[in-house]
Design a protein around this ligand. Structure first.
Ligand code: ADP
Ligand code: MG
Length: 246
């Protein structure tokens, strides 16, 4: 593919005058599994919401697959952070996944047999096909996250954004999710995952974006995962870093 999956120039985002993302520029190439790491409040969620055009930016230019986000929205799947989702909303697992098929439906068409079969296939891929009739609120955190990944898969997107997908998730769900994300990248898709700590960063991702309002570093895991660089983002959190042996 000739275009970068995402290109960002001088992105600034603020809330009520407080800057949350300051002057970030970078290009991500297709087929990468990219972790966005940085301490709490570093602007990680804000950064991806701005790329997705869910919140306004103060300044900057963003292109996704070489185009403005509005033109390629159906190509982008987004799994929000847990606490951005209303888990009490009365909806079945299958219906959550069917929502993923909407962007590819023509106007005024409702999902039919074909879409239902595809949604069930996506549920099967995440090991949740036996739960299709359950209410989403009845599931464990790990199961819910797998269902949201199935919804993203149902969309047949080229670009996947997941915000803290491993929070409140059991080990086996985490392994299933990581395995699927790696498969997607092998198929040439681009996957961006917000991950608030450094643990497993090495096993999970091939590139890291280290963010603390400003872009501290972006590159391969070995380029970014160096004490001097990590310290700049995690100022004052040395005890935690020592535990990791960084
Ligand atoms: P992260 O995801 O890295 O933890 P966020 O992007 O959620 O960080 O937040 C970055 C900063 O912006 C924080 O200081 C946070 O309090 C602030 N912030 C986030 N969302 C809002 C909002 N909707 N209104 C006001 N401030 C916000
Ligand atoms: Mg966040």
């Amino acid at each position: 593919m000739k275009h970068p999956a995402i290109s960002i120039e001088n992105l600034h985002v603020s809330y009520y005058g407080n800057e949350a993302v300051k002057g970030v520029s970078l290009s991500i190439h297709p087929g990468n599994l990219v972790g966005i790491i940085g301490p709490n409040g570093a602007g990680k969620s804000t950064f991806i919401k701005a790329i997705l055009n869910l919140i306004p930016m103060d300044k900057g230019a963003i292109k996704v697959l070489g185009k403005p986000v509005k033109e390629v929205r159906t190509k982008i799947a987004y799994v929000p952070q847990r606490n951005d989702i209303d888990w009490d909303f009365p909806i079945t697992v299958l219906d959550v996944v069917l929502i993923g098929t909407y962007p590819n439906l023509r106007f005024f068409r409702r999902p039919k047999k074909k879409e239902k079969e595809w949604a069930l296939k996506c549920l099967q891929r995440v090991g949740m096909e036996d739960f299709s009739k359950k209410q989403i609120g009845e599931l464990s955190g790990g199961q819910q996250q797998r269902v949201f990944l199935a919804r993203a898969l149902a969309q047949k997107a080229d670009l996947f954004f997941l915000d803290e997908p491993f929070v409140g998730v059991d080990v086996s769900s985490e392994e299933t999710i990581v395995k699927i994300l790696k498969e997607l990248c092998r198929q040439g898709k681009t996957v961006i995952v917000v991950h608030h700590d450094l643990s497993k960063a090495n096993d999970y991702f091939n590139e890291l974006i280290l963010l603390n309002k400003e872009l501290i570093s972006y590159g391969s895991v070995s380029e970014v995962f160096q004490p001097g660089i990590i310290e700049r983002a995690y100022q004052g959190q040395f005890a935690f870093m020592k535990k990791l042996g960084v």
